[in-house]
Design a protein. Structure first.
Length: 376
């Protein structure tokens, strides 16, 4: 029987961050991943600056492209609004390599990697949690559920799934040299092309990640929207296309995120940015907070819950609420969006970029909007 201070389920950014925080402080940690590593993960793979600062690692070994300029295309006003900084605003990665780097860092700090290892049962007994796996039981004082949007640990532990998840579709596209040269200079985000959402082109080392998402579930044919967007950006004869659909949880679960000695983090908790759908930043931070809560608890579940919820209430949860308000303005009210771009243009884009750069949070952006009431 294997027994640990903590078992972390999921080898993405949230799980790796939790395992690293625990292992660095001397805790005995198991990191369970259901697939052999490295493994493909559907994701745009853009690591924004705030996430890079949270990671605290040199991403050079896994970077496909470091982008110091990002362009926002506002089709309501036929405008292009660039953002440029001296350091990379977004570092493009493939998630298999990024996640493997993060997991290796946790393992080097002392975490024990169990992969492939699928969790099939979660049960609390005698002040510990027993995880049933394909390779036998794993016992831990606490479990961190970091198994993503479609993971099963929260369900097995008894949580109802009241997260709000939105659909996204991404194509990994290989194009001819001329098209790649034209579109690989900078990442672009297009608003006003997809109803209730946006489209993007992320340049990688030798291909393009192109995608669309909608903040309304089940109301739009994303394949049709993406094909239309490909024509818009001039991708007419791709050499190879790999299609991937996925969901992004942009509203957290209601109620407690710690129960029966299980802590929810990252997408398993519902911590993706409602405005951008970027989830790596909140995954990393919630994983770190979960690790810190377990370390400071002295094995007491109540103290873990109180510490974790208190820290979430200081940062992640109010920031997600503020982001959700901004997302509603931009995606659900085209006239408001057009007015905002016409009225504020580049200054507005710079203000919205602040949270992604880690300079300040979305609450500051909302306070600015409140001080200047919208009359459209």
């Amino acid at each position: 029987m294997s027994t640990y201070d903590a078992a972390v389920v999921g080898g993405g950014p949230a799980g790796a961050a939790a395992a690293l925080a625990l292992a660095r402080r001397g805790a005995k940690v198991a990191l369970l991943e259901r697939e052999p590593l490295p493994r493909y993960k559907t994701c745009g793979g853009g690591v924004v600056l705030r996430a890079q600062r949270l990671i605290g690692l040199d991403l050079g070994s896994v970077a496909e492209k470091a982008c110091r300029t990002v362009a926002i295309y506002a089709h309501d006003v036929d405008g292009r609004f660039p953002l440029t900084r001296d350091e990379p605003l977004i570092t493009m990665t493939m998630r298999d390599r990024l996640d493997y780097l993060l997991v290796q860092t946790a393992v080097q700090a002392g975490a024990e990697l169990l992969a492939p290892c699928r969790v099939t049962e979660v049960a609390t007994s005698g002040g510990r949690v027993r995880l049933g796996t394909e390779h036998g039981p794993v016992w831990a004082d606490f479990v961190v559920a970091a198994d993503g949007a479609l993971g099963n640990v929260a369900r097995l532990a008894g949580w109802p799934d009241d997260r709000r998840s939105i659909p996204a579709l991404e194509y990994e596209i290989t194009v001819d040299d001329a098209t790649f040269e034209r579109l690989s200079g900078e990442p672009r985000f297009d608003v006003g092309t997809v109803p209730h959402g946006y489209a993007w082109v992320f340049p990688k080392a030798a291909h393009l990640s192109v995608g669309v998402l909608s903040t309304q579930r089940g109301t739009r044919d994303l394949h049709e929207q993406l094909e239309r967007y490909l024509r818009l950006v001039g991708i007419v004869a791709p050499l190879e296309v790999k299609r991937h659909g996925f969901v992004i949880p942009v509203r957290p679960r209601a109620g407690a995120l710690v129960r029966e000695r299980v802590v929810l983090v990252g997408d398993a908790a519902g911590f993706a940015d409602p405005l951008t759908a970027e989830g790596i930043s909140y995954a990393l931070r919630s994983g770190q907070l979960a690790g810190e809560a377990i370390l400071q608890s002295g094995g007491d579940e109540v103290r873990v819950r109180e510490h974790y919820h208190a820290e979430l209430a200081k940062g992640i949860l109010p920031d997600l609420r503020a982001s959700r308000k901004i997302a509603a303005l931009l995606y659900d009210y085209p006239r408001v969006r057009g007015w905002l771009f016409r009225r504020y243009g580049q200054a507005g884009v710079e203000a919205l970029a602040g949270p992604l750069l880690g300079d300040y949070d979305y609450r500051r952006v909302v306070r600015r909007l409140v001080r200047r009431p919208l009359r459209v």
